[in-house]
Design a protein around this ligand. Structure first.
Ligand code: GTP
Length: 339
């Protein structure tokens, strides 16, 4: 499988070896070039589904590297976003929302969340100001409290949606929530990822809690997700738009082939992408494809726009809709779809 042209991807240069803190990449350039007092490390945002974790990751990185949607449980991968500062490097691990598992996929997602918590240097707990703190949040905070040594920052997300009085009430409840769980928050910060309010402050606070170290990624890299994963996720995001009920959870996307078309002039590259949208049942096909394929064409057009924006290359996108019967509960299908 070929890759995109050199320099065409803004999400460039994912180090092939970086897949977890346990096997952190070897420090990039010569350590002697690092100013003393350089900080680097990993942070993750946790929160119930739809708390705004992915949107906040993108806001901190300054570019869309994680898909977002109004459907809960959009995130299925642990994605790293990388924030570069002259004196620090913050690597963000995005995790799925923690929830009561009902399927094998749900169980695997929860396992992924907990294994991530144990590996990071700081945990940011997202508690949307627009929602009352509920049993889901209490469960999550109690679970986070078990990772006792890791500093925790409470983030009152979606600050743009509430009035100051409500925010004040929310902040008080966050303080109490921490006390009840035995957590001493390193900070409690109201933030809006969509308006940008206090996004830089969140970065500052997380960086302050990182250990001293070296840059772990080359300058300019913003994620280490493979390009194909990012592309598949952008297609899934487009396919999720406008679908309801159980269908969002039934959608998975795989890339069959992705490569630059041969015989194109150098200044007019075209990236061919052949992708599959998997559904669980035949009855779901009509919804995704639409009347005479109208909806699938819209999904394709939107996905292509997003992929071109990310990679900076014109794209030819070929989409096929396929059925993987009940894939969320079928171990063989899950493996095939990359879970
Ligand atoms: N108004 C407002 N909406 C936000 C903000 N942050 C996120 N949202 C919206 O909230 C919804 C969920 O955001 P995500 O970032 O996908 O949430 P998540 O926590 O990553 O969700 P999962 O992947 O389900 O765990 C989306 O519709 C976002 O546009 C914010 O600061 N302000």
């Amino acid at each position: 499988m070929s890759s995109t042209p050199e320099g065409s991807s803004k999400a460039k240069g994912r180090p092939a070896q970086a897949k977890g803190k346990a096997d952190r990449p070897a420090p990039a350039p010569a350590p002697t070039q690092q100013p003393t007092g350089f900080k680097s490390g990993f942070a993750c945002f946790v929160g119930r589904p739809n708390a705004g974790k992915s949107t906040l990751t993108n806001a901190l990185v300054g570019q869309k590297i994680v898909i977002t949607s109004s459907k809960p449980q959009t995130t299925r991968h642990a994605v790293r976003g990388i924030v570069h500062r002259p004196d620090s490097q913050l690597i963000l691990v995005d995790t799925p929302g923690l929830h009561k598992p009902r399927t094998l996929l749900g169980q695997r997602l929860n396992d992924l969340v907990k294994s991530t918590w144990a590996e990071v240097d700081v945990i940011g707990i997202c508690l949307p100001a627009s929602d009352k703190i509920g049993p889901g949040d209490r469960f999550l905070v109690a679970e986070a409290a078990k990772v006792a040594k890791t500093p925790k920052v409470a983030l009152a997300t979606k600050a743009d949606l509430v009035e100051p009085e409500r925010m004040l009430e929310h902040l008080t409840q966050i303080q109490e929530l921490g006390e009840a769980a035995g957590i001493e928050w390193a900070a409690i910060i109201p933030v809006s990822a969509t308006s940008g309010f206090q996004v830089d402050l969140v970065t500052d606070e997380l960086i302050q809690l990182l250990p001293d170290g070296f840059a772990l990624y080359p300058d300019g890299d913003i994620t280490d997700e493979p390009e194909e994963t990012l592309v598949a996720e952008l297609i899934r995001e487009a396919a999720l738009e406008g679908v309801r009920d159980e269908l969002p959870h039934s959608i998975a996307v795989t890339i069959d082939e992705m490569g630059l078309r041969e015989d194109r002039p150098e200044d007019k590259p075209l990236l061919d992408i052949y992708a599959n949208i998997y559904l669980e049942r035949d009855s779901q096909k009509g919804i995704v494809i639409g009347h005479k394929g109208a909806r699938l064409r819209e999904v394709g057009a939107e996905a292509r726009r997003q992929i071109e924006a990310l990679l900076g290359t014109p794209v030819y996108l070929d989409l096929h809709v396929k059925i993987a019967k009940n894939w969320q509960t079928d171990a063989k299908h899950l493996r095939k779809l990359g879970f």
